[in-house]
Design a binder for this molecule. Structure first.
Ligand code: SF4
Length: 386
């Protein structure tokens, strides 16, 4: 339901308390611009969403009476964290002060206040309930963890999924696994052949940015993987196993282990699907995995354009064209192909990107796009009112 006016600006006192100021409307950031957000783009902050205060950042608002763009100096800017299945249209608009600390790698969505509610410029992009916060039962997750840890006491991967992913990062896929349903995550790689600016699992030591997750620190064996994935495929509703998770590097660097694993799994069961979430960098390896029985691929990218992709992914030894080739190969085997498409307001929503994306969809026979908001903190300051 569209709201009939722009929400009011929110600010924090720097001590975790958040206040509204009804003399100012909130703005949103798109690219370098601070913008008035159209009324139809606002939705209530979804269940599972949360708020951030942004130290050292002054929010930008619009004077309710004059319509002037104003820098607000009474407190720090505020932003919202959107739960999975939602995509942001605008980021939080603020001016960064010289002494501002570096923010961790999250997505800082604009947020405002109206009629006793928080509002965000966003859309629920995925209706699938797999990641719905209220669908998780902590007791069932804990019971599942103690049962499976007892069942596989020496399995390092089950241990990692329990203590690291489910209990520490609250990863939806790991929690679904321990609830015995849907997708089971299978991280396998501690290395990557890309150097994404906003990598959430590893940031260079010299970098001030902190990655919110740690990378897997061991090389799982085929035996370890099939020990818990075959029973999951056999018993879970809508069973799926997925290589390539947020807590690892690039799974295609471990394609031989994955190939042997798929072949071994299919000796035990034909149930369920085998998916890989990947940067798509090694089409030859993808072909081998399709021959072994891979059912689907989800390739991550921040753009359908080489000139935007290369400076962000900073690949070691592959090209943008390789990820396109990987999608084509899975499509040629009749597999399901999707993009994990990192959205950045002001960059994704422009004509050049739209045309490039249409071309990519046609060329690769792409089946689905998962629109994810890029976890990257815009530095600097909004330049002008658009
Ligand atoms: S492809 Fe993934 S793991 Fe590799 S650098 Fe990029 S975000 Fe990190």
């Amino acid at each position: 339901m569209s709201i009939n006016q722009t929400p009011y600006l929110l600010y924090s006192d720097g001590k975790g308390n958040i206040f509204e100021d009804t003399s100012l409307y909130v703005t949103g950031r798109s690219g370098w611009d601070a913008c008035m957000v159209p009324n139809e783009d606002w939705i209530e902050l979804p269940d599972g969403g949360s708020l951030y205060e942004l130290p050292g950042r002054r929010c930008i608002g619009i004077d309710v009476k004059t319509g002037d763009l104003l820098l607000f100096d009474k407190g720090w800017a505020v932003a919202a964290f959107l739960p999975p299945a939602h995509t942001a249209f605008y980021l939080s608009a603020y001016e960064t002060q010289p002494e501002a600390p570096v923010l961790p790698l999250f997505c800082y969505t604009a947020v405002g206040w109206l009629d006793e509610k928080f509002y965000v410029p966003a859309i629920r992009i995925e209706q699938d309930i797999r990641q719905e916060c209220r669908g998780f039962d902590d007791k069932k997750v804990e019971d599942g963890i103690s049962h499976l840890i007892k069942s596989y006491p020496k399995n390092r991967l089950v241990n990692h999924l329990a203590n690291n992913c489910a209990l520490n990062y609250h990863c939806p896929a790991a929690r679904n696994y321990f609830m015995g349903r849907w997708e089971c995550p299978v991280p396998v790689s501690s290395a990557c052949n890309a150097n994404c600016v906003g990598c959430i699992s590893l940031q260079p030591d010299e970098e001030e940015i902190v990655s919110p997750q740690e990378r897997l620190g061991f090389k799982p064996s085929v035996e370890e993987i099939i020990e818990f994935t075959v029973p999951h495929l056999e018993t879970a509703p809508y069973p799926l196993i997925s290589f390539g998770q947020g807590c690892e590097g690039e799974p295609l660097l471990m394609w031989r282990i994955i190939e042997q694993t798929i072949l071994e799994i299919r000796k035990h069961t034909q149930k369920g699907s085998v998916n890989i979430n990947t940067n798509g960098s090694k089409p030859k390896a993808v072909k081998k995995l399709c021959e072994a029985g891979l059912n689907s691929i989800r390739v991550s990218t921040n753009s359908a354009r080489r000139e935007i992709y290369m400076p962000y992914y900073r690949p070691n030894n592959y090209q943008f064209e390789d990820i396109v080739e990987s999608l084509k190969i899975v499509n040629s085997f009749g597999g399901w192909t999707s993009l994990n498409y990192f959205v950045f307001p002001g960059m994704t929503d422009n004509v050049e990107e739209y045309e490039a994306l249409r071309k990519l969809i046609r060329e690769t026979g792409l089946k689905m796009i998962q629109w994810r908001t890029l976890t990257l903190t815009p530095t600097g300051t909004c330049e002008k009112l658009a």
